[in-house]
Design a protein around this ligand. Structure first.
Ligand code: HEC
Ligand code: HEC
Ligand code: HEC
Ligand code: HEC
Ligand code: HEC
Length: 164
């Protein structure tokens, strides 16, 4: 092999390690949350992600929302106690974001969920059935992904619609 190719191979391997470390690090959530068990209890998405009907964002649940049901112990799960500890310290639970667009991209939940009547599943897959926090997005939300659907649904694909 030419030195150039060897260098390229090593460079690629290092890059892969970086990407993998990056994503496994990001995947760790402060509490091992279980969407499935809450869905089985009939808790609606909007109880915890309460803004998508009026806003561009959906929002992550405040500790007060968890406390509505977990003020007293109702499970044997060791992470349940952590909820009350965050509450006692007067802190919010520092949820890490899995889905996040760059600052210059404009996205609106209200637009898609209320006006276009799309289901959460169409973009987030079956996260409602997840038994632990997903390590990475189930859908890669690239520009091509957005534009392909806009083409299919005859939605606007002008650059300035998504880039502000
Ligand atoms: C509407 C009531 C309700 C709300 C709000 C709620 N939970 Fe729960 N949660 C439950 C119930 C009921 C269970 C027990 C479900 C079971 O064992 O099947 C549970 C179970 C759990 C468990 C144990 C899961 C497991 O795998 O055994 C954890 C951890 C948990 N909840 C965290 C949270 C967090 C964090 C929040 C806030 C983001 C929250 N819950 C909000 C009702 C609620
Ligand atoms: C009881 C509270 C609760 C309910 C109900 C709930 N979620 Fe969540 N959701 C969370 C918490 C806590 C996290 C962060 C931990 C995780 O990913 O499991 C989260 C993470 C997410 C994320 C990833 C956000 C990001 O960028 O990191 C999506 C998407 C999501 N939920 C969609 C849904 C959908 C769709 C429903 C209804 C089917 C739903 N959630 C119901 C509490 C809830
Ligand atoms: C058309 C695709 C699409 C649909 C439909 C959709 N989302 Fe999202 N969601 C996204 C994108 C894109 C982001 C990242 C947004 C950003 O970074 O500005 C996101 C981010 C999130 C987040 C992270 C926190 C936040 O404040 O945005 C949650 C939670 C979430 N979505 C929940 C939901 C729920 C619940 C539904 C259904 C009611 C839903 N999403 C429907 C594309 C979608
Ligand atoms: C699965 C299909 C689908 C996906 C994926 C999707 N969109 Fe859309 N989008 C639509 C539809 C349909 C509309 C038209 C909604 C309406 O009726 O106003 C729309 C409308 C919009 C609008 C408003 C357009 C206008 O005319 O003002 C913006 C901005 C937007 N989307 C951004 C995004 C971004 C950014 C992404 C990717 C992160 C994305 N969309 C992914 C289907 C999709
Ligand atoms: C339907 C929404 C949508 C439309 C329309 C769109 N983009 Fe994007 N664009 C995105 C999203 C989402 C990203 C970030 C995700 C990624 O990098 O793939 C992005 C990323 C980019 C980036 C990389 C830098 C950055 O902002 O992160 C450039 C450059 C860009 N777009 C240019 C354009 C141009 C030029 C057009 C018009 C021909 C266009 N985009 C139309 C959604 C869109």
């Amino acid at each position: 092999m030419k030195p150039f190719l060897i260098g390229l191979a090593i460079g690629t391997a290092v890059l892969f390690l970086f990407i993998n470390f990056g994503s496994s690090f990001r995947s760790e959530q402060p509490i091992s949350f279980n969407h499935k068990k809450h869905q089985e209890q009939g808790v609606e998405c909007a109880a915890c992600h309460s803004h998508f009907k009026e806003q561009t964002f959906s929002g992550m649940p405040k500790v007060a929302v968890c406390m509505e049901c977990h003020k007293d112990s109702i499970t044997k799960h060791p992470d349940e106690e952590k909820i009350r500890q965050f509450q006692k310290m007067g802190e919010e639970i520092p949820w890490r974001r899995v889905y996040q667009q760059p600052d210059d991209v404009f996205f609106s939940h209200r637009r898609h969920v209320v006006l276009a009547k799309m289901e959460c599943k169409a973009c987030h897959g079956d996260i409602g059935q997840s038994e632990k926090p997903p390590a990475k997005p189930s859908v890669k939300m690239t520009m091509k992904w957005c534009m392909d659907c806009h083409t299919k649904t005859k939605a606007n694909n002008d650059c300035l619609v998504c880039h502000v």
